[in-house]
Design a protein around this ligand. Structure first.
Ligand code: 13P
Length: 341
């Protein structure tokens, strides 16, 4: 492992003004997104849709530091035959790859999941590296409510994340470490704060046990936020202050940056929260975005599977990317949203 090079990639992934596009929806998830816009999820449609984003030079060159790809996409070619990884790299963004293989029910823990994919990972990583991937992603899922999460679930997922991260670094790939505490329940922000603190502390303990070099990772956490079904909504400032406090208590300063998932927040909420955190300032790590839904909902809707809508979809993507780029600097303003495509 060359830690200086890993650190350089990690720093580039969280460079001020830019963030990560999570375009690594599994086949099942992208089908759900396409169903919502009335598009059939064929291999060509998935390619066309993702290609339109990667060819949105305005968004990609200015605001996107890296793109997380799904296994199918990293091997795909654009319509003109150029490998999609080349299209991405030409914009200056770094190609990355989701390497977990989804979740399975966790034994003895009803309703809880553990992320799988460690078995052949050491063999798969060099192939992804050869194809151009310089970072990877592994997502653990922790649910709140009805006695969840269990100690078993938190420990099993933190351990898998750390094993994955160590294998990535060995293969000269920067691991995005993503322990996601879901915002699906009716819990309040303080419950989310408490559970996320536990999950992050266990995750960093496991990273230590697996001898992962923190200078060569990017953390991808959820924000401290109330569950979607909670009657007690927290203000933007509350989310920002509680999330920053939480991270300061859990994330060592050696970590170059933190790139949040959007997790079901609306586009504008996800931007406003990131912006408010960066306005607090004085943080030991960069804070940016690694959004899936909050970057793609608008372009997906604008595209709706029609070739004549590609330019409008690219404008919608560029707008969201710019808003989030500004938020990564604490320079977003709500009235900029009116310029939306
Ligand atoms: P969302 O921003 O839609 O939560 O997706 C980010 C991601 O990569 C989840 O693993």
């Amino acid at each position: 492992m060359n830690l200086a090079d890993l650190n350089k990639i990690a720093e580039a992934m969280v460079m001020p003004g830019k963030g990560i596009l999570a375009a690594d929806e599994s086949s099942g998830t992208i089908k759900k997104r396409f169903d919502a816009i009335g598009v059939e999820s064929t291999e060509d449609n998935r390619r066309d849709y993702r290609e339109l984003m990667f060819r949105s030079t305005e968004a990609m060159s200015n605001y996107i530091s890296g793109v997380i790809l799904y296994d199918e996409t990293i091997w795909q070619k654009a319509k003109d035959g150029t490998p999609l990884v080349e299209v991405i790299a030409k914009t200056g963004a770094i190609p990355g790859i989701k390497v977990d293989e989804g979740t399975k029910p966790l034994h003895n823990c009803p309703g809880e999941l553990v992320t799988i994919g460690l078995d052949k990972l050491a063999d798969r990583l060099p192939k992804y590296y050869a194809q151009g991937a310089r970072f990877a992603k592994w997502r653990a899922v922790i649910d709140i409510g009805g006695g969840k999460p269990s100690h078993t679930c938190v420990m099993a997922n933190a351990h898998a994340l750390a094993r994955y991260a160590a294998l990535c670094q060995e293969a000269q790939i920067v691991p995005i470490v993503e322990p996601e505490v879901l915002m699906d329940g009716d819990h309040d922000i303080d419950t989310c704060h408490r559970v996320t603190e536990w999950v992050l502390k266990e995750t960093f303990q496991q990273l230590y046990y697996q001898k992962v070099a923190l200078e060569g990772i990017v953390l991808k956490p959820n924000m401290a936020i109330a569950g979607k079904k909670s009657a007690k909504r927290a203000s933007v400032q509350d989310v920002a202050e509680k999330t920053v406090r939480l991270l300061k208590n859990c994330v060592p300063a050696a970590v170059p940056g933190i790139a949040f998932l959007s997790g079901g927040q609306s586009d504008e909420e996800a931007t406003a929260h990131l912006d408010a955190m960066n306005k607090i300032g004085g943080l030991p790590w960069k804070l940016t975005f690694s959004y899936g839904r909050a970057l793609q909902a608008a372009p997906q809707k604008a595209w709706s599977g029609k070739a004549e809508n590609v330019a409008a979809a690219q404008r919608a993507f560029a707008h969201r990317a710019m808003m989030n780029g500004l938020a990564s600097l604490g320079q977003w303003k709500q009235d900029l949203e009116k310029k939306a495509a």
